[in-house]
Design a protein around this ligand. Structure first.
Ligand SMILES: [Zn+2]
Ligand SMILES: [Zn+2]
Ligand SMILES: [Zn+2]
Length: 146
């Protein structure tokens, strides 16, 4: 079933435009994170004259609205991912095949203790992303013996 992104955009006071919807649907189809260029290529199939700056602009708007998340890759390029799991959680990303898995782990209490008791500060938010290799990539990278 196709999700209805219209209420989501409306809640951010963003107009429901075909381009915003198309971009969300492209990301929603994927269980991997995509680069703006890869998203642009897919968008061009629907909107032939769309430019990369437009794709960047929509990605920025949706990221600011917390609809999509930015993936910080060790290659220092930015990627985007759409997760519809609304519970607080973090992501495990495979740096090899771009797969994203939900990680139901959070060190919130430990961080809070360190900051409040140790530093006498206050936590406002936190970002946690685990970079690694998924089980499939790990198996493929093991050199064959014999
Ligand atoms: Zn992988
Ligand atoms: Zn997620
Ligand atoms: Zn957390």
């Amino acid at each position: 079933m196709k999700p209805d992104f219209q209420p989501l955009l409306k809640s951010l006071s963003l107009k429901t435009t075909p381009k915003r919807i198309a971009l969300l649907e492209i990301l929603d189809d994927e269980k991997v994170y995509l680069s703006p260029e890869a998203i642009w290529k897919k968008m061009q199939k629907l909107f032939r004259s769309i430019g990369l700056p437009t794709v960047y602009r929509i990605l920025d708007e949706l990221h600011e609205g917390n609809i999509i998340s930015r993936v910080l890759h060790p290659d220092r390029k930015l990627y985007y991912y759409l997760c519809r799991n609304e519970e607080h959680h973090h992501h495990f990303i495979c740096v090899s095949c771009n797969k994203v898995e939900d990680l139901h782990f959070c060190a919130e209490k430990e961080i809070e203790t360190l900051v409040v008791k140790g530093m006498k500060g206050k936590v406002l938010s936190h970002i946690l992303q685990i970079n690694g290799l998924c089980s499939r990539c790990l198996t493929e990278q093991v050199p064959a013996h014999g």
